[in-house]
Design a protein around this ligand. Structure first.
Ligand code: AMP
Length: 249
């Protein structure tokens, strides 16, 4: 079974993001970029499926600039077999990414596509769902466990009330949540080995997909600064402040 796993290049989660002075987006110059944490979990899961003998090949795919090769190499160091970069200098929205991924799926013919549940830069939580809809494949979102057997995937999902398990006919799309696994640390030998693994680049324009977006970002604002806290002398004072200042009770 071939598994396709998606990898997005995002601002590293430890970076304090700064809004550009013209409010058109966030500052990316000289900022540390990393593999989206949920994508790292997806890659780890795909590699574990291969280690368990369930998957035969793991292909990592990213849509982004040439620099996204760095994140694909990180996926190869975790254990993916090969990688594909769909190169574009644009910043395609979720629907455009889903359309490009669909074109890759049609070329690669995987039985399972694993994505992160969410990219930590755009926080869309849409791409996996859109891809499943475009492919007309079953989808299991927010996966905290994935079991493959007899041409089906049992996906345990984290939902508000607890856990729900759905059984999907393969091929299927699964988006992964935080508790699915803990990605391994990559070792120097695996990083060196990853440098020799195949990484193909396709121009987004060669996939015959229009990545024009109907969305326009009007303005990006930083969140309001948090005011410093105060120490209260007593519970009575706290209750009073909650009533008169915060007005929450
Ligand atoms: P989003 O819908 O933007 O929150 O992203 C959900 C997931 O879709 C991410 O965790 C990735 O696995 C995948 N994804 C989104 N954008 C890209 C991209 N440019 N390249 C590869 N995968 C992506």
């Amino acid at each position: 079974m071939k598994v396709l796993v998606t990898v997005k290049r995002v601002v590293d989660h430890n970076v304090k993001v700064r809004v550009k002075s013209d409010h058109s987006g966030v500052e990316l110059d000289n900022v540390k970029m990393s593999i989206n944490p949920f994508c790292e979990i997806a890659v780890e899961e795909a590699v574990r499926l291969k280690e368990r003998g369930v998957a035969t090949e793991v292909v990592a795919v990213s849509v982004g600039p040439a620099a996204a090769q760095e994140q694909l190499r990180a996926a190869l160091a975790i254990g993916a077999d090969r990688a594909i970069l769909v190169e574009t200098s644009e910043t395609p929205g979720a629907l455009a990414v889903a359309k490009l991924l669909k074109a890759v799926v049609e070329r690669e013919d995987p039985q399972l596509v694993l994505l992160g549940k969410q990219a930590i830069d755009s926080d869309n939580n849409q791409t996996g769902q859109m891809l499943a809809a475009l492919l007309d494949w079953p989808q299991g979102t927010f996966a905290s466990a994935v079991d493959i057997a007899a041409q089906r995937a049992a996906v345990t999902r984290e939902v508000d009330g607890g856990l729900q398990t759905v059984s999907l006919r393969l091929p299927a799309v699964v988006t992964v949540d935080l508790r699915l696994n803990e990605p391994r640390y990559t070792t120097l030998p695996s990083i060196m080995k990853a440098k020799k693994k195949p990484l193909d680049t396709l121009a987004a324009s060669a996939l015959g997909v229009s990545i024009e977006t109907s969305l326009r970002t009007l303005r990006v604002e930083p969140p309001a600064e948090r005011k410093g806290g105060v120490k209260v002398e007593s519970v009575a004072q706290l209750v009073d402040k909650l009533k008169t200042e915060a007005k929450v009770i």
